[in-house]
Ligand binder design. Sequence first.
Ligand code: GLV
Ligand code: MN
Ligand code: MN
Length: 416
Amino acid sequence: MWSDLESVGQARSGGYRRFAWTAEDHTLREWFAGECARRGLELTTDRVGNQWGWWWDGPGTVDDAVAAGRRAVVTGSHLDSVPDGGAFDGPLGVVSALAAVDRLREAGVRPQVPVAVTNFVDEEGARFGIACAGSRVLTGQLDPARALALTDADGTTYAEALRAAGRDPDDLGPDPQTLARVGAFVELHVEQGRALVDLGAPVAVASDIWPHGRWRFDFPGEANHAGTTRLQDRRDAMLGYADLVLGARHVATQRGCVATVGKVHVTPGGVNAIPSHVTGWLDARGADEEQVVATVAELTARGEEMGATVTRESWTPTTRFDQGLSERLRRVLDRDAEVSAPVLGTGAGHDAGILATAGVPSTMLFVRNPTGVSHSPAEHAEAADCHAGVAALADCLRDLTTGGATTGDGPQDGAA
Ligand code: GLV
Ligand code: MN
Ligand code: MN
């Protein structure tokens, strides 16, 4: 599976450019459909375009099982990437989910609830600006009308991109029917920091996600000649932007948060023209929600003083994963592991967090990343750790779908 994916959307940097509803995304979606078909998993696509591959050998259909209180245990992640992203962020969770299903079947496990593998669409928000758009619309946390009006860097709207990908934009909307099938969600993900390296463990269980959001700062200016315009006559949009970049670092440092301006658009973008407009995007996060809010408030006030219009594009408060579920998985992993599984929080956003907010018992497993680097081609995971991740995920799925003997919980417990 890994070698199938290796070349899809690979950039010259060695990283990946796999953006929602592009040709690369289409190839990845076809690949996912093929992997489901090969395994006899029933493929469904929800109103948003998220893909689900269902494994249910019990009596009746998946919906019959759900009606009888046997809601599914779901695992998976996303296949899209940030610009020049690593190979693991997203795909490791999808590939591991499929591999874990294989492992359970080889071991003759008969789940008492349906199991599904998912590919969430547009997790990174790299093209249209809102992260986890697929799970947000699915769960009603992003208004479909707002999503459809989003534009990419070329001015293509989300609606146009859907149409080009063969989907009807009118179909886009929350999908409570699909969501009602989900009893529990476990997303495996490459770790995006170095905690597991320091702790000497290959796999961790997640506890929570830091509050995080994205803000757009539009600085106005006036285009003019870089040589003939006196300094005192200029209205240079870049100055406000520069203040935002330095301010973000300064205020975040003071408040114990992190803040990043990783994307900028300059108009008209000529070396010898004074910028008439600069748009910068701020990403702010931190362990303490109040401090993140205060950081953004300070930067907003500072930006407005420089003439900026500030628009919040997304905001996700602190997300706590289901404690009972996380603890149950930690116990499962501790049962056979040489090194007990640490419990880690993360500063990265994930579809699992969006599902958790929607009330789906959710948690994550993290796989050690020796570089500690992510959203970069340097992101990595050793094959042995990836296999440990698959084994851990399979153990967790087995426990959740068959009511692991050591927990004493019924099979529907984690899926309730
Ligand atoms: C998603 O990877 C994010 O946290 O930006
Ligand atoms: Mn990511
Ligand atoms: Mn991810």
